[in-house]
Design a binder for this molecule. Structure first.
Ligand code: AMP
Ligand code: MG
Length: 485
């Protein structure tokens, strides 16, 4: 028996200007690469995904109630407007209401070309799909708002990038697929009525409680601004670099969306950009907050006639203070400090200087710091870090909590495991060369709970925990990737 998902499709009611209805292209002999049961739970799927999972989620077998469609959108890519985007290879199968009355978009990425494909093949590489799968599940594990990846399903098809590559379908679960670029599409094609309908749709479905407010469009924008600032503050805190912060990759719900050449900081370098084609560093680590602001301005432009330019300006002004506040809170938690005054600000500034000068591993620094002063020999550090640690300890002392308590709090927010490039690379190599997907599964499990040691996982697989937590090996430091990798 096939599972029946409770499809309650809403987006389709907006009408054909908003999408192209299209069935997924059939695939031959789909096979499972990895399934995430915790993402499946969102749709009330069984632990193994259920019978017929592969046929249903590769698009071979249409589920009752699904109404697949490719969404229309445009967007600013690297600062320039591209009028012709849209789901070229993705399909929203439909929106599923779960037993908690929460609606989830179920989207297939790589389901065949749509009318937005611009001559591309409508497929996704196995590599990029595994990277998105692990990236999404890792950010979720870190407690950061993100689309989820239900599964990667391999298909027996070779596709051509720089060379022939294996293809796959990624099953993405998201609270929304409405992007800043969805608004831009109707704005730049001079369809103000459809900008309004999209805004109303977004408000009704995601902010229903403000529906009756006379200035609902302004409030809506303010909310998008707030969740965006919060999201980026969290990225900065864990050292996540999205890599392609185009306006078509930003959603109105403030979720991490569309994983391409993303990366995590290893040795601390604010100029790090994981995207090989980002030669000017537009989307580097240090730029992300600023780019979030730039993108929000682009969204605001589309809402001027609905919300009023002055009102939007007032909201826009809130971005920097909001971001600063969120970021300060994040850094406070990372350092185990709650008194976030000017001494704290100075301490964090100096910390970044030291991290940068000494190219220390960003994530492991905080794990190590949580042990200070009990289990750390200060002798191993240089003068600058030495004196920084003294000042840090003074700020710890005024908090009035024990070292054990502080360590517990810090270890709960500073990951022991992050998705380091060499870890993904190893999982990819095994997958591509040996069709061995077990490392993908292990990484998903490990990174689903990145704050815990998880000895049972290592015992079960008889693997070395240090390999997963140690600093990135030199040859992988600051690795960059191309968009199709
Ligand atoms: P992305 O880099 O995934 O955000 O994609 C940017 C745009 O290119 C979107 O409109 C995608 O739908 C489209 N696109 C990327 N790769 C393909 C492909 N292989 N086939 C069709 N469209 C694609
Ligand atoms: Mg995109």
């Amino acid at each position: 028996m096939s599972q029946s998902l409770n499809f309650k499709n809403r987006f389709i009611d907006l009408g054909p200007e908003f999408y192209q209805e299209k069935q997924p292209d059939p695939v031959t002999d789909p096979y499972l690469i990895d399934y995430s049961p915790s993402a499946g739970e969102l749709l009330n799927l069984p632990l193994d995904g259920g019978i017929n999972f592969l046929d249903q989620f590769s698009g071979n077998q249409l589920m009752e109630g699904a109404q697949p469609l490719a969404m229309a959108y445009s967007g600013h890519q690297f600062g320039s407007y591209n009028p012709r985007l849209g789901d070229g290879r993705g399909l929203l199968l439909g929106e599923v209401l779960n037993d908690k009355n929460i609606s989830w978009d179920v989207h297939l990425k790589g389901a065949g070309p749509t009318r937005f494909a611009r001559g591309f093949d409508g497929r996704a590489t196995l590599q990029s799909s595994i990277r998105e799968h692990l990236g999404s599940e890792a950010l979720h594990g870190l407690g950061i708002s993100t689309t989820r990846s239900l599964a990667v399903i391999g298909i027996r098809e070779l596709i051509y990038r720089q060379k022939p590559e294996l293809a796959a379908i990624l099953v993405r679960i998201a609270d929304s697929h409405i992007r800043f670029g969805s608004f831009e599409f109707f704005h730049y094609t001079n369809q103000p009525k459809n900008v309004e309908r999209l805004a109303d749709f977004a408000i009704q479905n995601y902010h229903n409680e403000i529906w009756n407010e006379p200035d609902r469009y302004r409030i809506f924008f303010g909310r998008v601004l707030r969740v965006t600032a919060k999201l980026i503050a969290k990225w900065q805190a864990v050292g996540f670099v999205h890599g392609v912060m185009n306006t078509d990759n930003m959603t109105i719900t403030g979720t991490t969306f569309d994983y391409g050449p993303y990366g995590f900081l290893d040795s601390f370098n604010t100029r790090y950009t994981p995207n090989l084609s980002d030669t000017h560093g537009r989307y580097s680590y240090q730029q992300q907050a600023e780019i979030g602001f730039w993108n929000l301005n682009k969204l605001a432009e589309t809402l001027v006639s609905l919300a009023g330019a002055d009102n939007l300006q007032e909201e826009i002004k809130q971005y920097q203070p909001l971001f600063n506040g969120f970021y300060r809170d994040e850094m406070g938690r990372k350092l185990g400090l709650s008194i976030l005054d000017s001494d704290f600000s100075q301490l964090t500034q100096e910390m970044f200087q030291i991290l940068q000068n000494q190219q220390m591993d960003y994530s492991n620094f905080f794990r190590l710091l949580a042990n200070y002063p009990e289990q750390i020999e200060k002798k191993q550090f240089d003068e600058a870090l030495h004196s920084w640690l003294d000042r840090y300890l003074k700020l710890c002392e005024r908090e009035g909590i024990s070292h054990n308590e502080r360590k517990k709090e810090m270890d709960a927010v500073n990951p022991k495991y992050i998705l380091r490039n060499h870890l993904v690379q190893r999982a990819l190599e095994r997958a591509l060369k040996e069709s061995d997907f077990s490392e993908v599964t292990r990484l998903r499990l490990l990174l689903g709970n990145p704050f815990e040691d998880q000895p049972e996982l290592f015992n079960k697989y008889d693997i070395d925990p240090d390999f997963y937590s140690q600093d990135t090996p030199n040859e992988f430091l600051g690795r960059q990737l191309s968009c199709s990798a």
